[in-house]
Design a protein around this ligand. Structure first.
Ligand code: NI
Length: 274
């Protein structure tokens, strides 16, 4: 298990801080990227924070979103990813400077019995007290598992394997390029990243989406982390950093949704050996 000690969440500000701390501790390279923007005197505004989970009723999107709804977020839209067997919802806060929350869940029943059996082995280890934690969305991995099972899951779903290794925690933060002063296109941001040694996810091209989709996105490839399993500690992909440029709708307001065909490729940022 990689459980973190519980932090009682009492405000949205505290929760967002907690999420950022957890994310940057697991992926120190994210801090290097963040510092590239700070060094340019940029104030980074996050477009969204993304989470992954399983669709079991005790830990699905509806469960994970509770905390955010309590702090004033509202459900806005949902998305289907047929091939990856995922479903997702996004939530927004009235304050446009607060990040949107994007939560996806693995449709566990759509996988072969072998996969379902491994996932059930994880599920049955979760204690009821874990599920009551106010910091549930960033509480960590409440089960023991083997690298062997991780590899088996990976053959069927990279997402399932990632979940088995990390449990409940942030999958990525996303920088809103529109709020940057010195970088006005996603290409400029990508060039900054590449110049500083960060590898981009090239699945579906470096930039996912076009102005016609109202959303352009790019992401780094996931950074690696050392993860303890019952059969040893292994270096595996952890999380990535994402970048979004939003285009205005006819109304003049920036598009606030997500584009399923782009997100589908972004999910592959945690694939190894791209
Ligand atoms: Ni994202």
């Amino acid at each position: 298990m990689i459980l973190k000690s519980e932090v009682k969440v009492t405000s949205l500000e505290q929760l967002l801080e907690l999420l950022w701390t957890d994310y940057t501790e697991l992926n120190p390279s994210v801090k290097n990227v963040f510092q590239l923007f700070s060094a340019a005197n940029e104030k980074v505004v996050n477009d969204h924070v993304a989470f992954r989970t399983f669709n079991y009723p005790e830990m699905n999107i509806d469960v994970l979103s509770q905390t955010f709804l309590k702090f004033g977020y509202e459900y806005k839209d949902d998305y289907h990813f047929e091939e990856k067997k995922l479903y997702a919802k996004h939530f927004e806060h009235q304050n446009p400077l607060l990040p949107k929350i994007f939560i996806s869940e693995l449709l566990t029943e759509k996988f072969p019995k072998l996969v379902q059996d491994i996932l059930q082995k994880l599920r049955t280890q979760i204690s009821p007290s874990f599920l009551k934690r106010s910091d549930l969305c960033t509480a960590g991995r409440p089960w023991n598992t083997s690298h062997q099972d991780y590899l088996t899951l990976k053959e069927h779903s990279e997402y399932a394997a990632w979940m088995s290794a990390y449990g409940l925690r942030v999958n990525h933060f996303t920088v809103l390029i529109n709020e940057l002063k010195k970088f006005s296109t996603i290409t400029e941001v990508n060039n900054l990243l590449k110049k500083n040694g960060h590898q981009l996810n090239t699945s579906g091209g470096e930039i996912k989406g076009t102005a016609a989709d109202f959303l352009e996105q790019s992401s780094t490839l996931a950074y690696n982390a050392q993860v303890p399993f019952s059969d040893g500690t292994f270096t595996i992909p952890a999380c990535y950093y994402e970048f979004a440029y939003r285009h205005p709708l006819k109304s003049g307001k920036l598009f606030q949704g997500f584009v399923a065909k782009s997100a589908d490729k972004i999910f592959e940022s945690t694939n190894k050996g791209q």
